[in-house]
Design a protein around this ligand. Sequence first.
Ligand SMILES: [Zn+2]
Length: 379
Amino acid sequence: MPEGIKRHALALAIMAAVCAAFIPPVALARKPTPAAPAVSCLFNDGHFHLTNYVQQGTDMGKYVDAIMGDKVCRSTVFGIPLQQTWSFGNSGDFAPTYYLQSDAPLYYYSFTDAYIANAYLKLKPEQRQRLDPMITGFNPADMYAVDHIRRVLETYPGVFSGIGEFTIHKEFVSSKVAGEIASLTDPALDRILDFAGEVGLAVILHSDIDMPFAKAGAEPVFLKQMKDLLRRHPRTTIIWAHIGLGRVVHPVQDQATVEAAERNPAYRALVEAMITDPTLSHVYFDISWDEVAKYAVASPESIANTSAMLNKYPERFLFGTDNVAPAEQATQMRVYDMWAPIWAELTPEASLKVRKGNYERIFDAARARVRAWEKANVR
Ligand SMILES: [Zn+2]
């Protein structure tokens, strides 16, 4: 067991013993509330896909009982709004299940929301308490997208806490989407974020900060548009997925080059500038995806820098796995354990916020606000 994890397990065991000593037996017998999940669990998953690019995935009950189990306290849950076409003309008998496996287009598959809602409604109440389902099945380049979101809330009241992960710019994906290209400057997106703010839906937005293989030293291409967009929606809680990074949208191009040494602090500086900007105080950053974990633990310097950032601004970052349709708990733990060198460097307070507290604050507020909106607007 890595040292950081061992230390966590020990700290949690001590906390549990101390709590048990002070809480009367009647309180201990009560079911854990979503705000106070079982003490032994390690994290909340702020970014989780139940199904893949061909809408296949993990049974939701199995996800809660066997995969979250006693390790993951609470979890967001969503599908993937984009469906990979199986074009016989392109790949013949080969059935692609991932966007990199075919040249055929992706299209928006709105039924994903009904699928997620129906699976959620079949769960027992104590299983539901641990999940925050999200609406994803809309085209963010469509002025009617907002009507889809409203319709899903009206059809399945009591289910959803937010919208996303949905995508504006994503390397290799955006150019494969059928129809109009999504843009951070599209008024259709403004309508979506306005409505999310009105209802109280938490938003998980994926938009790469830069184009793939961008030139080192230049300002990331999409940064200004992203900041302008976020500033137009101060009433909406927005989580920027993966802090804008991707598989080839790097925080550093190549550790060995001089440009890389310059680009790395530049990236940290631009994230810090966003965190300290009072016009962006409604914005959070998710550190999900094993690709992001790879950057964070790539070197002793990256570990030190990332830990320093999380310790300095612990209320602005959320952990998540970004796993897609996992078959077993080990898949979730693998992403969590990749962060072990950084967990070990965090203060107990920062660690707790990034692993659990920020999720609870954001999604408890979203649940309460969306339920209130439904009560007032859905009959
Ligand atoms: Zn994702």
